[in-house]
Design a protein around this ligand. Structure first.
Ligand SMILES: Cc1cc2nc3c(=O)[nH]c(=O)nc-3n(C[C@H](O)[C@H](O)[C@H](O)COP(=O)(O)O)c2cc1C
Length: 317
């Protein structure tokens, strides 16, 4: 058995969300929550296809900042040699843990038999986990599953396959592939996963408030909780702090600045990213009653200018 010490610093994690939790957003969330509450985060999935992930791709997923709480690199693919080599390189580059994605229901993932397609083939999942566990020296390999494909009837089998492959942590998104992102999620499925395996389980799906984090732990027996869309509504959800209007504005303006300075994003791209957050955003009561105006705004300068004008922060020259 390899050492399986988990590097997390607290009980709640920021979920990987492709197109949203790139390094700029993630760093701002990690900076604003104490590490004993937000105990870890994950990159968006990095798709591993015909070749090992290039260093550049791993670097760009991780971003330039390091925090007390670890950020795991999430890999998605179905070619075991390439996943294993990517995991090995990631460890060499200082990544604190590697997570395998068995939950993505997007057409591209399903067509290439990766992500949530693998939920129908637990033996294959086990082989992929084992290949990565065998490839790394000492970092943990973790896996994120859904409660099932068409239905939840083989949840225990999937969970046990991940454990048998040698994963150190099992994250369970409590919706099935068929359910995609609908509904609140059935937490009874998390209890079933906790009962099925001996490794720690991280529960995911349907967290809406800070209080829900503790509730999920006490009602299901999960050791950890992963928060997805509710963190886009309120990046302070992990600490439970009620952000003021100014603090909420400051987050969004910092996000626009980081996207521009770090990624070289155009105003159009920045405003697209901001709208993705505005769709969910609740912190500071910023968009209450006016969300439609913000989401319908096509002129990026107008959107950014209005955000700036709402804040007391002086505009950048
Ligand atoms: C826009 C979006 C992108 C996502 N991308 C990923 C991803 O890259 N990897 C992954 O494992 N899950 C991904 N997910 C799923 C989330 O990590 C999480 O499992 C799901 O949103 C359920 O949690 P929630 O109910 O708290 O939102 C994504 C979800 C959303 C909404």
């Amino acid at each position: 058995m390899k050492p399986t010490n988990l590097p997390f610093t607290g009980p709640a994690f920021l979920a990987p969300m492709e197109g949203v939790t790139e390094s700029c957003f993630r760093d701002l969330v990690l900076r604003r929550n104490a590490a004993d509450r937000l105990g870890g985060a994950f990159t968006e999935f990095a798709r591993v296809v015909a070749v090992r992930l290039p260093r550049k791709t791993i670097q760009s997923h991780l971003g330039p900042e390091r925090h007390t709480a670890p950020v795991g690199l999430q890999l998605m693919g179905q070619r075991e040699e390439m996943l294993a080599e990517s995991a090995r390189l990631a460890e060499e580059m200082g990544v604190p843990l590697v997570d395998l994605n068995f939950g993505c229901p997007a057409k591209g993932a399903l067509r290439s038999c990766a992500g949530a397609a693998l939920l129908d083939d637990p033996r294959r999942m086990e082989e992929l986990v084992r290949a990565c566990v065998d490839a790394v020296e000492s970092i943990p390999v973790t896996a994120k599953i859904r409660a099932g494909g068409e239905d939840d009837s083989n949840l225990e089998e999937i969970a046990c396959a991940v454990e048998a492959g040698g994963a150190s942590l099992l994250t369970v998104h409590c919706r099935t592939r068929e359910e995609r992102y609908r509904g609140n999620g059935d937490w009874e499925r998390l209890r079933r996963a906790v009962a099925a395996v001996d490794i720690p389980v991280c529960g995911n799906g349907g967290i809406e408030s800070h209080a829900d984090i503790e509730r999920m732990i006490s009602e299901t027996g999960c050791r950890y909780v992963m928060v997805g869309r509710a963190a886009l509504a309120d990046p302070w959800i992990f600490s439970g702090k009620r952000a003021s209007r100014e603090e909420a504005l400051s987050f969004l303006l910092d996000y626009a600045d980081l996207l521009t300075e770090r990624d070289g994003s155009t105003p159009m791209k920045v405003s697209g990213r901001l709208k993705q957050l505005i769709r969910h955003w609740r912190a500071g009561g910023l968009f209450d009653g006016e969300r439609e105006w913000w989401l319908g705004q096509r002129d990026p300068q107008l959107l950014l200018g209005k955000l700036q004008a709402m804040s007391r922060r002086p505009a950048k020259p």
